[in-house]
Design a protein around this ligand. Structure first.
Ligand code: FAD
Ligand code: GLY
Length: 379
C-alpha cells in the first residue's frame, strides 16, 4: 500500500493510464480534467500503433521507446479488458504503406531501405501482391511495404475503458475542473489551484496534452515546450467490397497529401489526417476534408460510395523534438508526462508503466531517462 497523495493534471490516455496504474498500486490519486475526460487528442486519434510507419532516421530514441511500448500492448490490452470487461478493439492485422504514382514507388524504396537498415520487420510487395491482401486497393497501386507488426487499437474505446478501470480502482476524477496553477514553494510542488481552491499533493503529474505549457506557476525555464498541431479527420462506413482489415497508409511524393485509412471492427473507416501549425484553432476546413477524401479515393476508389459518418479535429501535443517529455523536473515532486505528439496512443502503456513506477519508487528507469525535460537545456 502506498500512502502518497498524487494529483494528475489532465484526463487523457496519458493521465488516465498513469492514474490507473497508481490507483492499482494503492496510491491515493486524483485527476483534475478541465473538460470531459478522454475528449482531447485521445479521442481524435487514429489509434495506429505504428512505430515503423512513423519512424524517422533522426528519432532513434523515440523508435526504441515506441517499439518497447508496442511490445507491452498485448499485456496492456489483456490487463485492461480483464479489469473492465470492455473490449478496446486491438487489431493485429498490420499495415500496408502503399505507393500509387511512379515517384511514390521511388520514395517507398527509400523508406524500405531505411527500415531494413534499422532492422525493422518489413516486406516489399508488388501492387498485385498488395491487392491480394486488400482487394479494395486501387489498380494503380504500384508497390507496398508490409509492416506486419504495426497494429491498431480503438482509442475511443481505450480511453473509456481506462476511465472505468481508474475509477474502479478508487481513482478520483474531477471533470470540468481546470487547473489554473501548479503551486510551488521553495522549489517543491505542493499542489494545484483550481476554481474550487487549493488541493495539496505529495506528487503532481502534468499530463495536460497540448495545453501543458499553459498552466500558471511554472518558472519560465521549465515550461514544457509543447504546442498544438492540428489534425482534421473523418470517418466512413465500410460496406461490402470495401471491407478493409489492414491499416493503409499512402506515401506521396507530390499531390495529394499522404493519408491513412484505419478500419475498425465495427465497420467504421477512420481517415486522417492533416498536420497543421495553427495554434489552438480547431476549425474543420473544406480543403482539409477534400484532401483527405482525395488521398483516400486514390488509394481505395470504392470509398466513393461509402456514407460519410463524422468529421472532427484534434490537437496533437507536439514537443520541439517530436518525442515525449517524461519524468522528473528541477522542481521536487513535479513530474511531466506530456508531448506525445503523433504517437501518444502507441506510447500509453510504456508511459503508464514507467511513470507510475517512478512515482512509487523515486527511481527513473533507463527506458525513460532519454526523455527528460533537461534534454532541451543541453541543446
Ligand atoms: P489529451 O488526450 O489531449 O489529454 C489532455 C487532457 O488535459 C485533455 O482532456 C484536456 O482537457 C486536459 N487539460 C488541459 N488543460 C488542463 C488544465 N489546465 N487542467 C486540467 N485538465 C486540463 N497517436 C497514436 O499513437 N496513433 C495515432 O494514430 C494517432 N493519431 C492521431 C491523430 C490526430 C488527428 C491527433 C490529434 C492525434 C493523434 N495521435 C495518435 C496522438 C495522440 O492522440 C496523442 O499523442 C495522445 O492522445 C496524447 O494524450 P494526452 O493524454 O497527453 O492528451
Ligand atoms: N499518428 C497519426 C497522426 O498523428 O495523425
Amino acid at each position: 500500500m502506498h500512502n502518497k497523495k498524487i494529483i494528475i493534471i489532465g484526463g487523457g490516455v496519458i493521465g488516465l493510464g498513469i492514474g490507473w496504474q497508481l490507483a492499482k498500486a494503492g496510491a491515493a490519486v486524483t485527476i483534475h480534467e478541465s473538460g470531459q475526460a478522454g475528449r482531447g487528442a485521445s479521442w481524435a486519434a487514429g489509434g495506429m500503433l505504428g512505430p515503423i510507419a512513423e519512424a524517422h532516421i533522426d528519432e532513434l530514441d523515440l523508435l526504441k521507446l515506441s517499439n518497447e511500448s508496442l511490445a507491452r500492448y498485448p499485456e496492456w490490452v489483456d490487463e485492461l479488458e480483464t479489469e473492465t470487461d470492455m473490449p478496446i478493439g486491438y487489431r493485429a492485422e498490420g499495415t500496408l504503406i502503399i505507393g500509387i504514382q511512379p515517384d511514390d514507388t521511388y520514395q517507398l524504396r527509400h523508406a524500405y531501405t531505411l527500415y531494413q537498415d534499422l532492422g525493422l520487420k518489413v516486406e516489399w510487395l508488388s501492387g498485385d501482391e498488395a491487392r491480394k491482401i486488400e482487394g479494395a486497393l486501387s489498380p494503380y497501386v504500384t508497390a507496398a511495404i508490409r509492416c506486419e507488426t504495426d497494429h491498431q487499437v480503438d482509442n475511443r474505446l481505450m480511453v473509456q475503458a481506462l476511465q472505468h478501470a481508474y475509477q474502479k480502482r478508487g481513482g478520483v476524477l474531477h471533470q470540468n475542473s481546470s487547473v489554473d496553477r501548479i503551486v510551488i514553494q521553495n522549489g517543491t510542488a505542493t499542489g494545484v489551484q483550481t476554481q474550487d481552491g487549493f488541493h495539496s499533493a505529495d506528487v503532481c503529474i502534468l499530463a495536460a496534452g497540448c495545453w501543458s505549457g499553459q498552466i500558471n506557476g511554472l518558472p519560465d525555464n521549465i515550461i514544457p515546450p509543447v504546442r498544438p498541431v492540428k489534425g482534421q479527420m473523418l470517418a466512413l462506413q465500410m460496406r461490402e467490397g470495401v471491407m478493409l482489415s489492414n491499416v493503409i497508409r499512402t506515401v506521396k511524393a507530390r499531390y495529394p497529401m499522404p493519408v491513412y485509412l484505419v478500419p475498425r471492427g465495427d465497420g467504421r473507416l477512420v481517415v486522417g489526417a492533416t498536420t497543421e501549425e495553427l495554434g489552438f484553432d480547431t476549425d474543420l476546413i473544406v480543403g482539409g476534408i477534400y484532401e483527405l477524401l482525395h488521398g483516400a479515393f486514390e488509394a481505395v476508389p470504392g470509398i466513393y460510395e461509402l456514407p460519410l459518418l463524422e468529421t472532427w479535429t484534434g490537437l496533437r501535443p507536439g514537443s520541439s523534438d517530436n518525442a515525449p517529455i517524461l519524468g522528473k523536473t528541477p522542481i521536487e515532486n513535479l513530474i511531466y508526462a506530456t508531448g506525445h505528439y503523433r504517437n501518444g496512443i502507441l506510447l500509453t502503456p510504456i508511459t503508464a508503466y514507467e511513470v507510475s513506477k517512478l512515482v512509487l519508487t523515486g527511481e527513473t528507469s533507463e527506458t525513460i531517462a532519454p526523455f527528460h525535460l533537461d534534454r532541451f537545456s543541453k541543446e
